[in-house]
Design a protein around this ligand. Sequence first.
Ligand SMILES: C[S@@+](CC[C@H](N)C(=O)[O-])C[C@H]1O[C@@H](n2cnc3c(N)ncnc32)[C@H](O)[C@@H]1O
Length: 323
Amino acid sequence: MSSTISIILILVLAIACFVLIILLLGKRSTKQLKINGPKADHSARDVGNFYNDQTNNFLKVYGEVIQAFRTTDVTKLLDYQIETIGFEEGQRVLDAGCGVCGPARYFAKNAKVQVEAITISEDQVEKATKYISDKGLEGRVNVTHGDFHQLEEYYKSDSFDVVYFLESFGHATNHEQVLNSAWGMLKPGGKLYIKDLFIKEAAIESLSEDIQREVRNINDAYRYNVADLYEVLQFVRKKGYILSSVKTIDLPLEDFENLTISNDFQELTGINKIENLQEYVFPVDFFEITCIKPWNALEYGNSRYFLQNLFYMQMHNRKQEEL
Ligand SMILES: C[S@@+](CC[C@H](N)C(=O)[O-])C[C@H]1O[C@@H](n2cnc3c(N)ncnc32)[C@H](O)[C@@H]1O
């Protein structure tokens, strides 16, 4: 009799252990599903120093457009960006993280926009200022030294038609703060555009650690803070932006440069050199995100994106009869 009870007890205990293990495993795997990027351990000042040290090398390899995901003929990338961002002649636009103003000068000339540009690197400001004057673009492109986490320190609020980040957003030490700061700069109805790299989603669970490790290497090597797409979308929606599009950058394969320039840069500088390409797990995807700041007056806001505008106006304590 007592041996039957012991057997039953052992069985119950075994089943309980089994259930506990399953529960714990389940908890672990849902946690792993969300890759909230390994956070970078740098300041905006460190990013500035990095570009002060490296801009000559970037110029040697990349030229005046410092973007890794690009076309072989870089004007094709810039034309694509004019089209995708949808610049209109005469618009006042803000290039956040402008490098040496390669894109800013091209957009001023070819899309006829008025560009304010900001970079955290003093060396880039000096070089950009010279290039702007060499091309006779003073007054059409204006470059400032500063930190895009605090755009309100440099520009008037609600004064830009477009704020764009071309492979610069991912340097942010605080992505949410940057999105909020850009919001303050935009006119109602203005557009935010981000082109950047985001942490890859591991198609096979076993690749997750490799991805995390390689993202950490990128962050350390380039003073980056590769963003988690889902987290960025959360910040965007929380702020109240109208999310207009999230998409893969749509370059024809025959125009795509295939990241050779990034490899050349790594060879030249030794920065984040990939020793074994065959075993290398490519840890990021490139996306472009377009958002609109809602209109806060019904006469502008009632034609498109009505529900988002309505919500935004309600959030700002408009009475129902005013809507
Ligand atoms: C990869 S480069 C891209 C440059 C430029 N967008 C282009 O396409 O040539 C990144 C740029 O972001 C700028 N940047 C990074 N963090 C910044 C910050 N906190 N405030 C302002 N600029 C920043 C860097 O100084 C650098 O100019």
